[in-house]
Design a protein around this ligand. Structure first.
Ligand code: PMP
Length: 330
């Protein structure tokens, strides 16, 4: 019999798939690392597992303990999966702007979700930063992973994602492209690939227009999970050779093309990363191998990026009224 003992054993070892259609006119090989095939549906399963393992080793998380983290999405799912297997409770704190569907995903995995008002300042005791700090202090046996400051976040990518990319390409990768949120992915994978290639692999961060990594001030943008308005310690400033700035419009257009033309129903930060990868690949030659990491799947974005009305409302698409319909044609 061939089976895995539990779902956590399914974390990592995600495949590379060649992008064949959105790469029209490009001679380099462009390969996507498909992280939605992790059991929790995103790249964040990797960091969740490593952060929990290291907290156990350090004695910060003991049997029966509680994981408390301000998260509304992928990191929460990863932590909930690992917590279930190892018998921990999870309390996730999120702002009330987070959709009920997203909150319910976390509840479905058995986590408790505490919802805080969005319309208060970060220093307000009701803000989700302060509520999560207070819960982590006051719940006995609580531990806060803090993905923005936890060295196990980039380390998980240095130890797993980076070696996978190198081995899967037989050491032929010439460029690695990923979106930057906490910076864990780009810093960990980038450091590994630079070390193993003697500095030959070019590391390219993709960043939403307005975020600090590409020189912005934290001006709002709509793509989720990437870009910041501060510099987290999980981001190593010495790793990226280049940061490519991508607009929301470009990110979302490419996200939709990935579903229609490549059969990859993925999230908005994937479209952003691919937009950056294609810019890089256009300057590259036929022997170049550009690997781009796709962090999560598209099901969590059906009512936004994949909704024509939402796209049109933000000016990312002609309005539905302007588009010909089947009824017009018949
Ligand atoms: N895309 C999505 C959807 C994410 O949730 C994240 C993590 N915040 C990223 C990209 C960026 O990854 P990292 O935090 O490793 O920089």
């Amino acid at each position: 019999m061939r089976y895995y003992d539990n779902v956590v054993e399914l974390v990592g070892n995600t495949p590379l798939v060649r992008l064949r259609n959105v790469t029209d006119g490009i001679s380099a090989t462009v390969l996507a690392k498909v992280e939605y095939l992790n059991p929790g549906g995103s790249v964040k399963d990797r960091i969740a597992l490593r952060m929990v393992e290291e907290a156990e080793k350090a004695g910060l998380l003991k049997p029966g303990g509680t994981i408390v983290e301000p998260t509304s999405g992928n990191t929460g799912v990863g932590l909930a999966l690992v917590a279930q297997l190892r018998g921990y409770k999870c309390v996730f704190v999120c702002p009330d702007k987070v959709s009920e569907d997203k909150q319910n995903v976390l509840r479905a995995y058995g986590a408790e979700v505490v919802v805080c008002p969005t319309a208060v300042a970060p220093e307000d005791p009701r803000s989700y930063y302060n509520v999560s700090d207070r819960l982590a202090r006051e719940i006995p046996g609580a531990w806060k992973p803090d993905q923005y400051a936890n060295p196990a976040n980039p380390r998980s990518h240095y130890e797993t994602t980076g070696p996978e990319v190198w081995e899967q390409t037989d050491g032929r990768v010439t460029h690695f492209v990923a979106g930057v949120g906490t910076g864990g992915t780009i810093s960990g994978v980038g450091r590994y690939l630079k070390e193993v290639s003697g500095g030959a692999v070019r590391i390219v961060g993709a960043d939403p227009e307005g975020s600090v990594y590409s020189g912005g001030t934290g001006r709002p943008y709509l793509v989720e999970g990437v870009g910041e308005d501060f510099w987290p310690t999980t981001y190593d400033r010495d790793i990226c050779d280049e940061i490519v700035e991508v607009s929301d419009k470009e990110s979302f257009e490419l996200t939709r093309r990935l579903a229609r033309e490549e059969g990859l129903l993925v999230g908005g930060s994937c479209g952003m990363a691919v937009a950056a990868a294609l810019k890089v690949a256009r300057q590259a030659g036929p022997d170049d191998v550009v690997v781009v990491l796709l962090p999560d799947g598209g099901r969590g974005y059906l009512s936004k990026i994949f909704n024509d009305g939402w796209m049109a409302r933000y000016g990312f698409l002609r309005t539905a009224a302007e588009l010909p319909t089947v009824a017009d044609v018949l």
